[in-house]
Every structure is written in structure tokens, then in C-alpha cells.
Design a binder for this molecule. Sequence first.
Ligand SMILES: Cc1cc2nc3c(=O)[nH]c(=O)nc-3n(C[C@H](O)[C@H](O)[C@H](O)COP(=O)(O)O)c2cc1C
Length: 185
Amino acid sequence: MSRILVLYHSNTGNVEAMARLVAVGAESVPGTEVRLRSVAAATPEDVVWCDGIAVGSPTNMGLLAWQMKRFWDEAMLPYWMKVDGKIGCAFTSAGGWGGGMELACQSILTVLMNFGFLTFGVTDYAAKLHTAHYGAVALREPRTEEAAAGCQLLGRRLAEWTAVFCDGRKELHPLVSATERLGAN
Ligand SMILES: Cc1cc2nc3c(=O)[nH]c(=O)nc-3n(C[C@H](O)[C@H](O)[C@H](O)COP(=O)(O)O)c2cc1C
């Protein structure tokens, strides 16, 4: 069983909606248990518990929100050098194109790297003209099909990598399953 934490901060509900979609994507992988937690309700035990983590924040001045940064600065500080090796990824919602979504995702990934997490982006197109190379992104609410697909793909990929690398379920490697899918057609 792979354990996935979807941890988010949201002021007005947009990132929360993304977090729910990321959780749906993770749950689509068999043998995955998902916890969905707002950063206000989360505790370090949630992070210790998980094998894989998706962290979401609104883009604030091109960065993760201070509420999320504070969790890692304060609550998680005693766990520094004790939780290395988890699989991590990022997602964000912003007010506008060019507002720094990828920068915000990178700032989340930087925090996760400082805790020794193994971070990734998604190479596939989640939908037409929509990728999640640095994490899943949405303008405001993820109300378009493309934005929702990006969130779900990120969650699914997180659960797949976690199953492969933390749970030894090599058949869930996305390239193996893609080859099998192609072979089956
Ligand atoms: C303090 C603050 C800073 C923000 N900075 C940015 C920014 O740099 N770029 C951007 O595109 N939107 C920015 N926004 C807009 C939010 O990222 C956007 O409204 C987002 O969808 C909010 O997500 P939420 O509903 O989960 O809180 C900012 C909003 C606030 C309150």
C-alpha cells in the first residue's frame, strides 16, 4: 500500500479544488491510500506517515504562500534530516498567465528538496496544449477540462512513482504501463 499526502494552502478555494483533483488522480492507482490535508489542519505526523507528497499553494508574488512556508519552517523543522527520500511534487493556482505559476511550483520543489525529497515533473501532455512540467497549474479555479486533467495526472503520476520506488511495484512504472497499453492496441 502506497501512502500519499496531498497538502495544500488555499485562501479562496482555488488550490483546495486542485488538491481534491490531485487526490482523485492518486486514488485512481490501485493500492494507494490518500490523505487530503489543509496546511492549517496538517501535522508533521501526516508528512512522516506518507511515502509521496503533493504540495499545493496559491502563487503569491511568484512564490509559495507564507502559510505553507511557515509549516516547513516551523512545524517541520524538528524533522529535518529525518524524513528524506519521499517522492514530492507541486501544484499551484495563480491570478493570471505570466503571474509566476512555474516559479511558485519551483519554490515548493525547492522546499521539498531541502527536506531530501525526490521531486519530479510530468513530461506527458495532460490535455491539448497543457502540461505539468514543474507541477500542475491552474488559472484561478481549475474549472477547465485541461486544468483538471493536469491535476489528476499529477496525482496519478505521484502515486505511480511512489508505488514503484517506495513499494517495489515495478509494473506501475508509467513507461512500462504505456508500453503495455501500446502493445495491447
Ligand atoms: C498576497 C497575494 C499575492 C498574489 N500573488 C500573485 C502572483 O504573484 N501572481 C499571480 O498570478 N497571482 C497572484 N495572486 C493571486 C492568487 O494566486 C490567485 O487568486 C489564486 O487563485 C488564489 O488561490 P486560492 O483560492 O487557493 O487562495 C496573489 C494573491 C494574493 C492574495
